[in-house]
Design a protein around this ligand. Structure first.
Ligand SMILES: [Mg+2]
Length: 106
């Protein structure tokens, strides 16, 4: 994780982009990249269609997932959030909110 942060900071800072990385700008960017991911599945009407997108456009899906993660990590960086701690804490909260012995139907 530290190596990843080093790569991201070097990329950002060597281009003078740190000043643009405000919490709002990064949150907007995460949302835009999530929409780009969603766009790849636009007009699919079945799980089979969705799986075909993964087969035929998997590289694009991977790139949009990477964009989301990159902006998320940039936001973690400026907000002082440790992403591993944040995920662990939230999963502990989810464990309490959704006990495993309960039946869930969506
Ligand atoms: Mg993108």
């Amino acid at each position: 994780m530290q190596e990843l942060f080093d790569i991201l900071r070097e990329f950002r800072d060597s281009r003078g982009w740190r000043k643009y990385h405000t919490p709002k700008n990064l949150s907007v960017s995460i949302s835009i990249e999530a929409a780009e991911l969603l766009e790849l599945f636009q007009w699919t009407t079945s799980v089979e269609d969705e799986m075909r997108v993964l087969e035929e456009r998997g590289k694009e899906v991977e790139e949009e997932v990477a964009d989301i993660l990159i902006y998320t990590l940039f936001l973690c960086d400026v907000a002082g959030i440790d992403p591993l701690v944040a995920v662990k804490r939230k999963m502990e909260k989810n464990e309490r909110k959704y006990p495993k012995d309960r039946v869930y139907e969506f």
